[in-house]
Ligand binder design. Structure first.
Ligand code: NAD
Length: 271
């Protein structure tokens, strides 16, 4: 049972692969709040994942798009406007991938072709999504665009390798495009920096369980779940956050403001 926070709003949700995906949980919450949307993912993910299950639960159309392809993105926006019956009010960019991480390369042994792919898929695609939307005049006034980030944009996490640079760039793009879209159409652009979350992308990072547990101990509220993240995204799509833009919003149970916690002190001193 929702509150109709998104009644009458139309959107595009990128990145639902399976039921653990943050985008999957978000799609269900957006549906519950009365929003309508199309679902998109890379063609290969449509074959491997379960997006059609989600599509039938949400009565949403699936439109394939490789988020690095301007042509695919133009088709996606055009078809979404047709299918949904009007311009777009919200976009979720929930996309990340690093071939270097997937293939276990250390930071001193990067394959640079893959490095560029990481940047293209995980950061530049966010610019491409917004530039496509601008060129097609696809957004409604007071629309909201959100991408998902991670605190490795600001701090070092050894196994996050080239994704750290991708996230730093993603957050920078949100500031630059946020300024531009505000003037053009009063559209706001933000990133949400989410706690470690057990998903296909999350669990692909070496040592994930260790930093999940560490973040849990270092966050006074504990790690934020993917459901909680979906709720926050709904709020960011709603009319209650119209003046929030160009921000990197920490959604991490207090992790980013903690120096050390009593829980960690107790653990380290075996009390
Ligand atoms: N899981 C975590 O711990 C965590 C923490 C902070 C931020 N994030 C971010 O959240 C976002 C969503 O990840 P998730 O954790 O839900 O994992 P996920 O693996 O479920 O989602 C990642 C999605 O990116 C899609 N994708 C990859 N390449 C693509 C391309 N070329 N075009 C279009 N889509 C493509 C995948 O198909 C997949 O659906 C990512 O940006 C991730 O970096 C995740």
């Amino acid at each position: 049972m929702g509150f109709n926070l998104l009644k009458g709003k139309r959107g595009i949700i990128f990145g639902a692969l399976d039921e653990n995906s943050i985008a999957w949980k978000t799609a269900l919450k957006v549906r519950d709040e009365g929003g309508i949307f199309t679902l998109s993912n890379a063609p290969i993910a449509l074959r491997l994942g379960k997006i059609n299950e989600l599509a039938s639960q949400c009565k949403a159309e699936v439109i394939p798009a490789d988020a690095t392809s301007e042509a695919d993105l133009a088709t996606l926006f055009t078809k979404s406007i047709e299918t949904l019956g009007g311009k777009i009010d919200f976009v979720l960019h929930s996309i990340g991938q690093s071939p270097n991480i997937r293939k276990g390369r250390s930071y001193g042994d990067m394959n640079y072709e893959w490095y560029l792919k990481t940047i293209d898929i995980s950061a530049l695609s966010f610019h491409k999504v917004m530039q496509t939307a601008e060129k097609l005049d696809a957004m409604n006034e007071w629309g909201s665009i959100v991408a998902l980030s991670y605190i490795a944009a600001q701090r070092n996490y050894p196994d996050y390798t080239d994704m750290a640079q991708a996230k730093a760039m993603l957050e920078s793009i949100a500031r630059s495009y946020g300024a531009r879209f505000a003037k053009l159409k009063k559209v706001r652009v933000n990133t949400i920096s989410q706690s470690p979350t057990r998903t296909t992308a999350g669990a692909g990072i070496a040592g994930f369980d260790v930093f999940f547990d560490f973040a849990q101990m270092m966050s006074p509220l504990g790690n934020a779940s993917s459901e909680a993240c979906a709720n926050y995204i709904v709020v960011m799509f709603s009319d209650f956050t119209r003046m929030v833009t160009m921000q990197n919003l920490m959604h991490d149970g207090g992790f980013s403001s903690s120096g050390i916690t009593q829980e960690l002190i107790d653990r380290l001193t075996n009390r």
